[in-house]
Design a protein around this ligand. Structure first.
Ligand SMILES: NC(=O)c1ccc[n+]([C@@H]2O[C@H](COP(=O)([O-])OP(=O)(O)OC[C@H]3O[C@@H](n4cnc5c(N)ncnc54)[C@H](O)[C@@H]3O)[C@@H](O)[C@H]2O)c1
Ligand SMILES: C[N+](C)(C)CC=O
Length: 493
């Protein structure tokens, strides 16, 4: 197994643990997909040192921004070429449908092209220092060696949101996908190598967060850590990175309010509430897992949502008729089931779902029926905590101010939506929602040009947009005196 990519060479784990490997499962039927190499701390060390060398020596430090932009464009072209294969791998590995996989590949192709376009556009700025004998300018430089750590729900997409700007800015990196879903990232690294990235610029290690991830975060050669994952892991990452004052960017979880006013178009709002909650079985950081509906339409809305949720076709992500795949693992499904079984004890009413599907064809996979809970209040754990499964809770409100206060009653602040046909209400509510993305009469879109990230405990920093590039750059002020004269501050000298 030569799945690690270090200093431009595909290799197995180091001599320290040469047999180490991990079996990757298909969430659809729990069957073995393949076995991949499992790195250890020694491999992380090799990778980080290779990244440091590539940052300081060889071809990479001398590449121009325009050349890095060209590299990103070549990667985008290869993604287009391999779109179907990548979408299929992503489906096999995560359980998402191939159609969802295609959306991810199209998104990241656009992201690589976007940062290709930004590379070199902004080389800094000239400052008026208030002195005609001074030339003062701010320039941007890469931060250095970056550790990029991604989760299992969008393996290719979340890694690419980091890789593309990190490369555009001239950094080198050690990257690690989730141990549950490494396959598409291995392919992506092969494409990056094919596109001509010099040895040592992108280094891939595979393995557990506890060993490989934490070694990356603490490695002395690493200058910046960009992490996407859960809140608790984010806390650990931030605290480990603090020891060396490494730069940290965190994209964490969400508990995202989807607020529906009575004057919203009923059919469209139900349709989007369904997609907001159950797309990718709810395993989306920005899933609309907290539905907040105005009193007068509440009962009809919940009934129609439940009816449509029951009709969602579960199945194999490779089957074009499948609308929703399984959860990623047995452990993750067990966690979601714990939330479901405890919810009624807190007073939530199970409207539909809550169990595994009856279909014998789905018995081996990690499936769970789309689940709707009514009569929810914002003090319940199932409303406060990120369940990250096909579960939506419904709360009710009677006026605009209550809607806003419920929408903001969360420690997270990643995303949310408001549904209304009144443009003034839409603007007022959107302005007052303390979330990184607010959709009005829509749910889920994200675009490369717009910053993505969270208020509150949803994270630190931003991905995408210009801010997504700035995460990977140091601003440096160069102040040049063009007519140096003795200053005579110390007149006696
Ligand atoms: N904000 C966003 O844009 C965004 C996007 C996708 C997913 N997410 C969040 O990701 C979470 C789901 O992903 P997950 O279950 O893979 O998260 P996770 O925190 O369990 O793991 C994420 C990554 O961190 C690694 N890791 C685990 N422990 C580590 C440690 N001690 N040190 C360093 N690395 C470690 C894992 O191996 C994995 O690669 C959800 O909370 C979801 O909301 C957020
Ligand atoms: C950032 N996003 C929405 C693509 C995936 C979140 O899990």
């Amino acid at each position: 197994m030569k799945d690690l990519y270090i200093d431009g060479i595909w290799s197995g784990p180091s001599a320290e643990q040469p047999e180490s490997s991990r079996t990757v499962l298909n969430p659809y039927d729990a069957g073995e997909l393949t076995t991949v190499a499992e790195a250890g701390s020694a491999d992380v060390d090799l990778a980080a040192r290779a990244a440091r060398r590539a940052f300081q020596q060889g071809a990479w430090p001398d590449t121009t921004a325009a050349e890095r932009g060209e590299l990103l464009r070549r990667i985008a072209d290869l993604l287009v070429r391999d779109r179907e294969e990548l979408a299929r791998i992503e489906s096999l590995d995560t359980g998402k449908t191939v159609a969802e996989g295609r959306i991810d590949v199209d998104d990241i192709t656009a992201v690589f092209r976007y940062y290709a376009g930004l590379a070199g556009v902004d080389a800094g700025r000239v400052i008026d220092a208030g002195n005609p004998d001074v030339v003062s300018r701010v320039v941007y430089e890469p931060v250095g060696v970056c550790a990029l750590i991604a989760p299992w729900n969008y393996p290719l997409l979340q890694m690419s949101w980091k890789l593309a700007p990190a490369l555009a800015a001239g950094n080198t990196m050690v990257i690690k996908p989730s141990e549950l879903t490494p396959l598409s990232t291995i392919q992506l690294v092969a494409l990056i190598a094919e596109a001509g990235a010099p040895a040592g610029v992108v280094n891939l290690v595979l393995g557990s967060g506890a060993t490989v991830g934490s070694t990356m975060v603490q490695h002395p050669e690493v200058d910046l850590v960009s992490f996407t994952g859960g809140l608790e892991t984010g806390r650990k990452v931030m605290s480990m990175a603090a020891a060396d004052i490494k730069k940290v960017a965190l994209e964490l979880g969400g508990k995202n309010p989807n607020v529906v006013f009575a004057d919203a178009d009923f059919d469209t709002a139900v349709d989007y509430a369904l997609a907001a909650a159950f797309f990718h079985s709810g395993q989306v950081c920005s899933a609309g897992s907290r539905l907040i509906v105005e009193d007068s339409v509440h009962d009809a809305f919940v009934a129609e949502l439940a009816r449509r949720a029951d009709a969602i076709r579960l199945g194999n992500g490779l089957d074009p008729d499948t609308e929703c795949g399984p959860l990623v693992s047995a452990e993750h499904r067990a966690k979601v089931e714990r939330y479901i079984s405890e919810a009624t004890g807190y007073g939530a009413r199970l409207v539909t779902g809550g169990t595994r599907p009856d279909d014998p064809e789905l018995a081996d996979g990690f499936f769970l029926r789309p689940t709707v809970f009514g009569d929810c209040t914002s003090d319940m754990p199932i409303v406060r905590e990120e369940v990250f499964g096909p579960v939506v809770t419904v709360e009710r409100f009677s006026d605009e101010s209550e809607a806003v206060s419920l929408a903001n009653d969360t420690e997270y602040g990643l995303a949310g939506a408001v549904w209304t046909s009144d443009a003034s209400v839409a603007q007022r509510v959107a302005n007052r929602m303390r979330h990184g993305t607010v959709w009005v009469n829509d749910y889920h879109p994200y675009v490369p040009q717009a910053e993505w990230g969270g208020f509150g405990r949803s994270g630190v920093g931003r991905e995408l947009g210009k801010a997504g590039l700035d995460e990977y750059r140091e601003a440096k002020h160069i102040y040049q005196n063009i007519r140096p004269q003795p200053m005579r501050w110390f007149a006696g000298a």
